[in-house]
Design a protein around this ligand. Sequence first.
Ligand SMILES: Cc1cc2nc3c(=O)[nH]c(=O)nc-3n(C[C@H](O)[C@H](O)[C@H](O)COP(=O)(O)O)c2cc1C
Length: 462
Amino acid sequence: MSLSAKQGSIANRQMKLALFLTGDGNYHMAGWRMPGGHCDGGQNIHRWIAYAQMVERAKLDMLFIADGTGVTGSEDLETLSYTSRIDRMDPVTILSALSMMTSKLGLVATISTSYTEPFNVARAVASLDHISAGRAGWNIVTSGNKDDALHYNLDRHLPHADRYARAEEYVDVVRGLWDSYDDDAFPRNKTSGRYMDPKGVHFLNHRGKHFSVKGPSSVPRSPQGQPVLVQAGSSEAGMNLSARVADVVFTSQSQLKNGQAFYDNVKSRCDRYGRDPDSMKVMPGVLLIAGRTNEEAQDKFEELQSLIPLQVAMQRLSNNLGGVDLSKFDLDAPLPDIPVNSARVSAVESYVTISRRDGLTLRETAMRSAAAKHHWTLIGSVRQVCDQLEDWFTAGAADGFNILARNVPDGITDLTDKIVPELQRRGLFRTEYQGNTLRDHLGLQRPASRFAEKIALESETA
Ligand SMILES: Cc1cc2nc3c(=O)[nH]c(=O)nc-3n(C[C@H](O)[C@H](O)[C@H](O)COP(=O)(O)O)c2cc1C
């Protein structure tokens, strides 16, 4: 067995773990208010450096930055002024800085396909892959915030199906641009004076419905060949895109049986695209609170919940449901029927499922959303939390988890100081990195350039 195949099989038997951060780092709406916690991550890179180094010491696969480009909820500044959802630095810029202060940790940036051009994104992510020596990933989203459109010469968010049609073509353009150069296209031979080998350059010459891109890119083929692709959309269209292109699927599943169904569903689609389902890692989001005892963890959660203003919770729920006006509904009645809308598809379904399953009122659904949106909230002793993660992992509901830091830094130290050591003790998580790139951590091969494959095929048949 080759070294990389062996590394792959070891990596495949263990959980993948990511730390999910966004904005100031606090996922819970009241996280920023916790005594002694940090609340300046929206403008302070030193916080991010500290978090990245903490999770690298714990051998995590990656740091994952979620993002939306605009300020969600800005039409109600009074309510927004009680949240930490305003200031947010650009993910690729943050990760470029982090790459200089870490050496193993994977670095994944969320970038929308609806409000950017593929040429720019191909260049930025390939550059991050070079800067980080092979640790870059791109989380593909079509954007859930309908107001993001207003910053990009548009007067409305594109409909869901149109966003995904654009995303499908967009990803192909990016992948094509990443193969603009063969791996050995830059001899930089001082004696001959030849810097670049023209035979190793490939024009994309893409002409499609949404994009016209000639290429080549100006960034040489990067250390991972193709940086890691994450996909965060769980609708039918999202699952199809994942099955076709994603190395990692970020999803929100709040119950084991739904998690198993989603896992089977998305993996079963790989066959259509000739892909091995093992080459796609499904990683649900989890907001976890671990205590020495269950009571201690529950108390921490209650403390956080007690700090959420109701109007903040209602605003978050309304935004997560795609901007639905909830003001006309009775707070203490069950969540009303919410029509699936164009901004959000799987999120609406998830909220309705959680709310009906747990018999929640509108008020309770909003408070739940202020904690973890529609993600899984896992509260308990370290043993209980690890038991649950292990159950999901062994029962075919997850290949790993994207851990949402409820508040920083405590949400991170729960993971690094309590959960990871216990998972390591159980043999479920690595104690050392086996390789250097994000693909190594995920047990994924470095793909050959499509042109190298084509050339090999042509010379075989010649
Ligand atoms: C698990 C998950 C994570 C998401 N993360 C982001 C994000 O970071 N930024 C963003 O603009 N949209 C994000 N979205 C929203 C999607 O881009 C948007 O809702 C789109 O319609 C795809 O979701 P769907 O296929 O589930 O409908 C996320 C959606 C899901 C399901």
